[in-house]
Unconditional design. Structure first.
Length: 127
């Protein structure tokens, strides 16, 4: 069972992990482009470099897959929130105005979305 702090974040989800997950959400489109470019390349690298590159590609692929699954599961309004917050880098006030929502509601969505991503990646247990 996942225990939550007063802030709404699961206890096992540390602030630095939250920041990392949000950074990954922000970099989603860049990661997709990276994977598309890597798939098109024929890699001729030394063995150790090849192993490190393959690990990186596998990690990015897992992250892209997790974010893709997350986005598929979100409502249109929450997908729009992700777009505005993480991809367009809009401030909270602008997002609240555009979506017609209170900032507190947006903060709850943030916790819900990042926690769902953490669960999908196996970083926290399902409640």
């Amino acid at each position: 069972m996942t225990h939550t702090r007063k802030s709404g974040w699961p206890e096992r989800l540390r602030p630095d992990t939250v920041q990392w997950l949000e950074d990954e959400l922000s970099a989603y489109h860049d990661s997709v482009r990276f994977l598309e470019n890597e798939a098109a390349k024929e890699l001729h690298l030394p063995d150790m470099t090849m192993v490190a590159t393959q690990r990186r590609i596998r990690f990015i692929g897992e992250m892209v897959s997790a974010i893709h699954d997350l986005l598929d599961a979100l409502t249109d309004e929450k997908r729009r929130f992700v777009e505005l917050r993480y991809w367009k880098k809009k401030p909270w006030d602008e997002i609240a105005d555009e979506l017609g929502r209170d900032k507190r509601q947006l903060y709850r969505w943030r916790v819900e979305i990042v926690t769902a991503l953490a669960i999908r990646l196996g970083l926290v247990d399902v409640a």
